[in-house]
Structures are given as C-alpha cells and as structure tokens.
Design a protein around this ligand. Structure first.
Ligand SMILES: [Fe+2]
Length: 181
C-alpha cells in the first residue's frame, strides 16, 4: 500500500470529455452537473455509483508557481480533515509535481499552511497520464512545471472511511468497477 496516493490506470484522455474545453473560473463546482461538462458521462455515472461525488474543486496554477508551505484539506464548516480526493490534471507538457510531507518530531499544526522547514518530504507524484486518488489529510503541496496547470479535484461525501487505509482498500480495484481493466 502506498501511504500517499493510488493511481487509477485509466488514461486521463479517456476520462475527459473528447470535446473538452471547459475551464471554470470558479474554484468550487457543486454537484454532478459540472462533472458532465468536464468528464465523459459513463465515467461520471460509474464513479458516482461507486463513491458519492459531491463536487469538483478546480485548481489553476501559473507556470513555475511555488508555494513554500504545505497544507492539509479541511471541511469549511467544522474544520474536520478531508481524507482524499480524485485528482485529474489536464494534459500539458510539464504538469508539475505533487508532494507529501510528514511532521517533524512533535510538531502538530492546526494551521492550514505549514512552513516547509517544519516538515519532511516523504513522497512525490507527477500527475499526468493517469488520475490518482490523493491523500489530503496530511501536509501536501504542488510545484508547478513550466506551463500553466489545471487540476480537477473530485470530492466525495464525507464519513465513508475512517482512515487512508480504508480509502486505499476501497479503490484497490476501481479500474474494473469503471469498466476498464
Ligand atoms: Fe490540498
């Protein structure tokens, strides 16, 4: 088991709508309607039947953008941590790197943004060909490559899983559930 991500071995090009040209100016797209504009209908329907989609976060990053902090994701209403997301990066030349960190020693932050000098780099992932279930309840960040980057981050109803192990197990055979193996 990887403690930070689980790639889904279905090419992004097969998931995005073939006539894809949907770039939202909003950061949060609630509900399924937007999913149908971005992704293939079959993918959305099968994924939603498997795990309850609540919306999509849209991350737009400028080329070479670097943020010198990491963060974990929290629900806005009660600050509880969000365990995971399904990230899909729109194909581009240089999609950048996602990084995960552990806390140093006894440092436990309640802050959303944590300085990197208080963290240890544990894992990296280039999200390009394949989407991935990514862990969001521990510190992470993205380093942009040499071009602008758009990442669609599908979010799911909460409280289904207690921890990352359960998420990873649940998504173990997602490819066959989505009709591709
Ligand atoms: Fe995040």
């Amino acid at each position: 088991m990887n403690n930070y991500f689980k790639e889904i071995k279905i090419p992004v090009t097969k998931i995005l709508d073939p006539e894809f040209k949907y770039y939202s100016k909003k950061d949060w797209l609630s509900g399924l309607d937007f999913c149908y504009k971005i992704f293939q209908k079959d993918f959305v329907d099968k994924l939603h039947a498997y795990d309850n989609i609540i919306g999509v976060r849209v991350f737009r990053r400028k080329a070479n953008m670097q943020i010198n902090t990491a963060h974990f994701d929290v629900n806005l209403d009660d600050s509880s941590k969000i365990l995971y997301a399904l990230n899909i990066v729109v194909p581009c030349e240089d999609p950048g790197i996602m990084e995960w960190y552990s806390y140093n020693d006894n440092f436990i932050s309640k802050e959303a943004n944590i300085p990197l000098d208080q963290l240890n780099l544990e894992e990296t992932l280039v999200l390009s060909t394949y989407p991935a279930i990514v862990r969001t309840d521990i510190p992470h960040r993205v380093i942009c490559g040499s071009n602008d980057r758009i990442c669609y981050s599908i979010r799911f109803a909460r409280n289904k899983f207690k921890n990352w192990n359960e998420v990873y197990e649940f998504y173990q055979n997602i490819e066959s559930q989505l009709g591709v193996s």
